[in-house]
Design a protein around this ligand. Structure first.
Ligand SMILES: C[S@@+](CC[C@H](N)C(=O)[O-])C[C@H]1O[C@@H](n2cnc3c(N)ncnc32)[C@H](O)[C@@H]1O
Length: 227
């Protein structure tokens, strides 16, 4: 793979942000088992991987940013690849996760298909991401802010979009939740490392010291044969 992404350029800053997260609730959603072979797709600096490591047999983190992968903790297997084409055989993993990354990948449906493909029978997929506002006008305006802050932002998925795609790929929804989180505007801008000009524009468009974002998390399992 060629070229450095914005995550290569802002790797240390992004890793510090990921380190500040308490991963325990997400790990609980994964229901980790001692025999699990876990895969974190677009897992960046591997903080979720590190939290899973003592609870499972092995953890692999795959990411497009070499610089972020270099920051992954010891014991985590690192693979430099695109989520759209995972370099693993069908059914290689018992637990597949993807956190805050579906809105960054060029082809989210393709990535969801890949996630379903590498999942072993009886395994679990756990996803989390911000989702688009249900009002299409608000969603469209917000996409402009996101891309101004980070030109590599692709698009927020609509609620139900990932669920439908995974269902078509043979997975059933096991659990799902949505919630609203509050994000400090300056910290959000700073993490992306955008130019001074873009930062001022984003600050003006957001127009407040903080804003809220709709979040979604879901766990999937293979549908029973004949379901
Ligand atoms: C917001 S970060 C999330 C990282 C990690 N999941 C976490 O929660 O800390 C998005 C990640 O997606 C990765 N990424 C973006 N496009 C990708 C692609 N097509 N394939 C693999 N990784 C990708 C970036 O390099 C970055 O590490």
């Amino acid at each position: 793979m060629s070229g450095g992404s914005r995550f290569d350029r802002t790797a240390d800053r992004y890793a510090a942000h990921a380190r500040s997260r308490d991963w325990r609730q997400f790990v609980d959603w994964c229901r980790p088992q001692p025999d699990d072979r876990a895969l974190d797709v677009a897992g960046g600096p591997g903080l979720l991987s590190a939290a899973l490591l003592p609870l499972v047999a092995s953890v692999t983190v795959v990411d497009a940013s070499l610089r972020l992968l270099e920051l992954a903790p010891a014991g985590v297997e690192r693979v430099h690849a695109r989520a759209e084409q995972l370099p693993f055989a069908d059914g290689s993993f018992d637990l597949v996760t993807c956190v805050m990354s579906l809105h960054h990948v060029a082809r989210p449906p393709r990535v969801l298909d890949e996630i379903a493909r590498v999942l072993a029978p009886g395994g679990r997929v756990v996803l989390e991401d911000a989702i688009a506002d249900p009002d299409p006008d608000i969603a469209r305006r917000w996409e402009q802010v996101e891309r101004l802050r980070d030109p590599e932002h692709v698009r927020l998925l609509e609620l139900g979009e990932a669920r439908r795609r995974l269902h078509a790929a043979g997975l059933r929804l096991d659990a799902e939740e949505t919630w609203i989180r509050t994000i400090p505007t300056d910290r959000w801008i700073e993490t992306a490392g955008c130019s001074h000009g873009a930062a001022s524009q984003v600050r003006e468009l957001v127009g407040a010291a903080s804003f809220t974002q709709r979040m979604w998390r879901a766990r999937f399992a293979p549908a029973a044969a004949g379901a």
